[in-house]
Design a protein around this ligand. Structure first.
Ligand code: COA
Length: 502
């Protein structure tokens, strides 16, 4: 068994316990770890490093692909191990430490991290820790359920540690396509013109002499925690499908559409589920994460090929995926996140990007990250990589949150992740606002009428009308623009006194 996984004979002597491997880390180091939306994360070292941090001074700067599973971010944060964390997380305990100012979190476009490392804008990686299915005779590392930033971490680190996960099927070999862009100056175009194209190698190349330790693990990825579709998310899906049908009828898209990118989370997953019954065929995905819904579309014969950087699945879907791995392996490729999210390719392929907003405003600015304008939720992730360069940039949200106390449509967002220039379409359960070719004064009434919850529509319209009367290209009452957030912070609700009485 181990011979099949560890095919490089000279590395067999470097198998060690996780405690021995954890002893290689020093206070202040910068670490690059595999892991992207709970998939392909290291299962043993995070806990072992946290254990050390509980007994001695050990603070690390941790860079990953994206969020980790196995409560790793929470365990490391609670142990005081994390000094600096980037580029994305989604753990409640780490979120608390970030918002308390105890962990310095750098919320970054996911395509940019390794570019910044390469350029020296971020301190060099001391140790790369990557999860693998196998190590080939020449040292080549076969990643597991995500590629993320692992290839560049391995290329740039002083030393490499591999967590060899025997619970991951060897059938994953061949699903990955590792391509790292050339150096500046004189970088050539990335030669990818179709989602199903392979342009790199199936493994992460590494000189075996740089592998300092191998730790054997046997834990599956954490199951995804997305909730099933509900009435609201089904309505959002229906609006998007209706809109896309309209685009086909108008001759702007064919019934195979253009490659789809769909963001993380419950709402995005539900939207994709809706496509199972839509009249489109031979769809292709050029996305960052494949959730349960992508597998459902492949099963239904709607999606013929999916390119991503990670696959994060619920327990039952993961079981089915592993049982029929050969079938899925023909239809899926996993790439480094700088390629899955690369602006050059997103624009070239004409990607239709669907991402989720916490809130958006009358003019189309979107906040995806900061609750109340100050408290970090998860991070921008790849939404900005796609939204800016997409053929169509769609943002979805439920019209209200927290039982109706928060309107997701506000006069002015309290934090901007995606400016009005990057947003074409806004959707809630109430409808879809097509903002293309609309000036700000035309956008506002459309957003209110199509997307706002009826409880908040009159007040939004009243705000807009009073702002418009004052003038300006993008009318605002500056003293009042954020008053809805202020009211929520003060009273626990965005509802005004008049609304509460009505
Ligand atoms: N103000 C405060 N809280 C809000 C809110 C708002 N305007 N809108 C939503 N929320 C809360 C919800 O109540 C929910 O809280 P809970 O966890 O306490 O129940 C939480 O945010 C998540 O919302 P939910 O409706 O379950 O949506 P989701 O799981 O689809 O997540 C995002 C939505 C925005 C948090 C998530 O998509 C995200 O992190 N996006 C940014 C990264 C990204 O887009 N990546 C895409 C490229 S892969």
């Amino acid at each position: 068994m181990m011979m099949e996984r560890l095919q490089c004979a000279e590395l067999r002597s470097r198998i060690m316990t996780v405690t021995q491997a954890a002893a290689l880390f020093r206070d202040g180091m910068t670490i690059g770890m595999s892991g992207f939306t709970r998939a392909g994360d290291c299962k043993a070292l995070p806990a072992a490093l946290a254990e050390r941090a509980r007994h001695e001074t050990l603070r690390l700067n941790l860079i990953t692909g994206a969020s980790l599973g196995n409560d790793s971010d929470g365990v490391m944060a609670d142990a005081g191990l994390l000094a600096r964390r980037l580029p994305f997380q989604s753990d409640a305990r780490l979120r608390r430490k970030i918002n308390e100012g105890q962990v310095m979190f750098i919320d970054q476009h996911l395509s940019e991290t390794v570019e910044q490392l390469r350029a020296g804008h971020i301190p060099k990686i001391d140790i790369a820790v990557v999860e693998a299915v196998a190590i080939l005779p020449d040292g080549g590392i076969v990643p597991t359920m995500s590629v993320g930033n692992s290839a560049s971490f391995v290329a740039q680190a002083d030393r490499v540690i591999v967590e060899l996960n025997t619970s991951m099927p060897t059938g994953l070999m061949g699903m990955h396509d590792i391509y790292v862009p050339e150096a500046y100056p004189g970088r050539q175009p990335i030669p990818l013109t179709e989602p199903d194209q392979r342009i790199g190698t199936p493994v992460i190349p590494v000189d075996p002499s740089r592998i300092a330790a191998i730790v054997v693990t046997n834990h599956p990825d954490s199951p995804s925690n997305v909730q099933p579709p509900d009435e609201d998310t089904r309505a959002i899906a229906r609006h998007i499908i209706g809109f896309l049908e309209g685009e086909v009828a108008a001759g702007r898209l064919s019934d195979t559409l253009l490659p789809l990118q769909v963001g993380i989370g419950t709402i995005a997953n539900a939207v994709v589920h809706g496509l199972v019954d839509a009249p489109f065929r031979d769809l292709r995905m050029y996305s960052e994460v494949l959730q349960d819904s992508a597998i459902a579309l492949i099963d239904a014969g709607r999606v013929s090929f999916a390119s991503a950087s990670s696959i994060t699945l619920s327990e039952p879907v993961s079981r089915r995926f592993m049982e029929r791995l050969d079938e899925y392996a023909r239809r899926i490729v996993l790439r480094p996140q700088e390629i899955s999210n690369h602006c050059e390719i997103v624009r070239r392929l004409g990607v239709i990007a669907i991402n989720t907003a916490l809130e958006f405003d009358l003019y189309g600015n979107v906040n995806s990250t900061h609750v109340g304008g100050t408290r970090m939720m998860n991070g921008i992730g790849g939404s900005g990589d796609f939204a800016r360069h997409a053929h169509l940039s769609i943002f979805v949200s439920k019209s209200v949150a927290k039982g109706g106390d928060i309107s997701s449509v506000v006069p002015m967002v309290a934090h901007v992740d995606h400016t009005e220039h990057d947003v074409d379409i806004l959707v809630t359960e109430w409808g879809l606002a097509d903002l293309r070719n609309l000036a700000p004064r035309e956008r506002a009434p459309r957003v209110i009428e199509c997307c706002a919850h009826p409880d908040y529509r009159d007040e939004l319209m009243d705000y807009f009308q009073r702002a418009r009367a004052q003038g300006g290209h993008t009318p605002h009452l500056i003293g009042e623009a954020l008053s809805w957030h202020e009211r929520h912070a003060r009273t626990g609700s965005m509802r005004s006194e008049q609304m509460a009485c009505a």
